[in-house]
Design a protein around this ligand. Structure first.
Ligand SMILES: [Zn+2]
Length: 659
């Protein structure tokens, strides 16, 4: 018994020692408020922008050390103090001399390497090879620089210095107390992130984005629906009507869609059409893209001419015609531009893989725009040596949560299992307050999709983001995501007995909102958030909670109106009607101060002290207020009281009652 006790005691002592000091096999960079280290940056950078990012990286490392009581200096390599060991950031002479040659890194991989007492943190820092349009802010869609060293530094800080990257902006970075900053003395890893890109259209470069594997396209052109880019109707419809599809006896492009754009469909048996589609690939390569997108128009309509019907001997099988055309273009590109790749969409007619061939040339990446088990099963039978990318809608759907960590975890693991090497999110991140933990899970999982678990990442998020208020916030999100799971699990539509496809919440978004945010859920979320607000002590935690409060109030206003509207329709009582009008006024009083008063009604609000985070993705009033003009993201609210003109209604009521 006694022996056992001693054993436990020594084990416990060992564990305690491990948790507060470094083991003998570690290289200690800082301890007890002291550090001998300096941060060393390259003497020159490939571009001024990259130079600035490396300076910011050095400052961030300084801040992490400073939080633990250590001042470390920053020096360009040529002016470093030879007496001090260094943390070498980026493509330094020292790194190259010790075998870290980042210029050869083809992707977002980075190196962490200990050499004696020195540490190298470096990835490839590459200016965006695509010339940018002057006066337009560069975005992830059209290419941003590759900042591999930012990723190297962010992972170093997270793994060894207690730093958490929880939201965009300075308020989003948390430095957890780490009395000993140490790395394994034998540290020598090259970490290869599993994705070549992972971005939204408006994505940017930032520590938050790099830390969470949100990588911009750099030199990949997503393309998607590229035929209209190759053969714009505005350029060709009058001079070459024969390029366009024969539809109902007429060459198309006689009609414009609701946005005023020509509905462009093509006659692909025409060799000039195929040539122009190919030329567009070459044009993009000339502009600097390494991988170029290729895809048929959205809402594809087949040409009805005889030559098209006979094309490739596939009759009416247009999916097959498109696959053969795209495959042939890829084969030609492989001969003429062997260093480039082509990203071909699997979409609409081409959801399913080709039937007449089962292996793609190795310069093809297939962009899967739908990943149902049935479609993935079909693709598993087809060889795509260049791999897959995925076009996702994970976060699409509005300013209230639309997905949950359970679903996100399953999705990322599914992507990984299918060797998906790139992801484009047709979404925007408009609700970091309610969705911050879920977005964090999505991003961080890419650090190790097979090994990491959502439940650990959520805990990491709650502890880092809410510190002293973490306990009620964990419960808050547990309640929230449990409530939202209904919307995730619920099939959006089903087929009824007559074969009609019927949506469950079609034209009735309030049904969804009142179901998710039931009175019990609203009450519980409100009470947990208030508890957290009382516990919050640090400025950063207070700001993060202010963001949660803003977005919680947003859904609370909508759901409250929904509940009162339901009640009034069940019991059309004048008092209830007044309460409903008051709730609509409350909704407008909540929204109005967030926007400029001018005609544009642009988002002007920021959480005080957090200028980098733009609430509701910076969208204008008509979007965030769910008015009838905005059908893109939010569903159908135009028949709900959210858009009632309460002043008019009150005036009418007064008129009717003769007051
Ligand atoms: Zn045709």
């Amino acid at each position: 018994m006694r022996i056992k006790f001693l054993l436990w005691a020594s084990l416990l002592a060992g564990l305690l020692a491990l948790s507060v000091t470094a083991s003998a096999a570690d290289l200690v960079l800082a301890a007890s408020g002291k550090s001998d280290y300096q941060i060393v940056v390259p003497d020159a950078s490939p571009s001024p922008e990259i130079g600035q990012w490396l300076e910011q990286t050095a400052r961030l490392i300084q801040d992490a050390f400073k939080t633990n009581g250590c001042e470390v200096s920053v020096a360009p390599e040529g002016k470093r103090d030879p007496a001090k060991p260094g943390i070498y950031v980026g493509d330094t002479v020292f790194a190259r001399a010790h075998g870290v040659t980042v210029q050869a890194f083809p992707d977002w991989r980075y190196a962490h390497k200990v050499v004696g007492r020195d540490v190298v943190l470096a990835g490839r820092d590459q200016p965006c090879p695509i010339p940018q349009v002057a006066d337009r802010k560069p975005i992830a869609w059209s290419g941003l620089p590759r900042l591999g060293t930012l990723k190297a530094a962010a992972d170093f800080l997270r793994q060894y210095a207690g730093t958490r990257f929880l939201y965009p902006g300075e308020t989003g970075v948390e430095f957890l107390p780490t009395p000993v900053i140490a790395v394994p003395a034998e540290l020598n890893v090259v970490k290869v992130p599993p994705v070549l890109f992972n971005f939204t259209y408006w994505g940017q470069n930032s520590f938050y984005e790099m830390a969470n594997n949100f990588f911009p396209s750099v030199d990949t052109n997503m393309g998607v629906h590229t035929w209209p880019e190759a053969i714009p109707a505005d350029t060709y419809r009058e001079t070459h009507p024969e390029y366009f599809a024969l539809l109902g006896g007429k060459r198309c492009c006689t009609a414009k869609d609701y946005r005023g754009k020509w509905t462009e469909q093509y006659c692909i048996s025409n060799p000039d059409v195929r040539e122009l589609i190919y030329k567009e690939l070459l044009d993009k390569i000339e502009r600097g893209y390494e991988t170029v997108g290729l895809g048929q128009p959205d809402g594809f309509q087949p040409c009805q001419c005889d030559a098209c019907k006979a094309l490739y001997g596939t009759g009416d099988d247009w999916g097959e015609k498109i696959w053969i055309l795209h495959r042939d273009l890829a084969v030609r590109l492989r001969q003429e531009r062997p260093d480039n790749k082509v990203l071909i969409i699997s979409y609409g007619q081409t959801w399913s893989p080709p039937k007449s061939f089962h292996k793609f040339p190795d310069n093809v990446i297939v962009l899967l725009c739908r990943m149902t088990p049935e479609i993935l099963n079909q693709w598993s039978e087809c060889q795509v040596p260049g791999g897959f990318a995925s076009y996702l809608y994970t976060f699409l759907g509005g300013y209230a949560p639309v997905t949950t960590p359970v679903d996100i975890e399953a999705q990322v693991k599914r992507l990984h299992a299918f060797h998906v090497r790139g992801a484009y999110q047709d979404s925007f991140y408009g609700n970091y307050g309610l969705m911050g933990p879920a977005i964090y899970v999505y991003g961080r999982l890419f650090d190790d999709p097979a090994g990491l678990r959502a439940k650990d990442l959520l805990q990491e998020f709650y502890d880092g983001a809410f510190r002293e208020a973490a306990a009620p916030m964990r419960q808050f999100y547990d309640t929230l995501y449990h409530a939202v799971q209904f919307a995730v699990d619920f099939p959006p539509a089903y087929e009824d007995v007559t074969g009609r496809k019927r949506g469950h919440a079609e034209k009735d978004s309030m049904k969804r909102m009142t179901f998710i945010y039931s009175p019990d859920v609203l009450q519980e979320l409100g009470s947990l958030l208030s508890q957290a607000e009382k516990l919050a002590a640090s400025d950063k935690v207070k700001r993060r909670l202010a963001l949660v409060r803003l977005e919680f109030d947003y859904v609370r206003h909508i759901a409250t109106i929904g509940h009162l509207w339901n009640a009034y329709r069940v019991v059309p009582d004048p008092t209830l009607h007044e309460r409903l009008l008051d709730a609509v006024d409350g909704w407008n009083a909540f929204l109005d101060p967030l926007f400029t008063p001018d005609k544009g009604r642009y988002m002007k609000y920021r959480i005080p002290g957090w200028p980098e985070l733009v609430p509701f993705a910076g969208h204008s009033h008509y979007c965030v207020a769910l008015t009838k003009d905005n059908l893109n993201y939010t569903g159908y609210y135009e028949h709900t009281p959210l858009n009632w003109n309460t002043a008019e209604i009150r005036k009418e009521k007064r008129g009717r009652s003769g007051l």
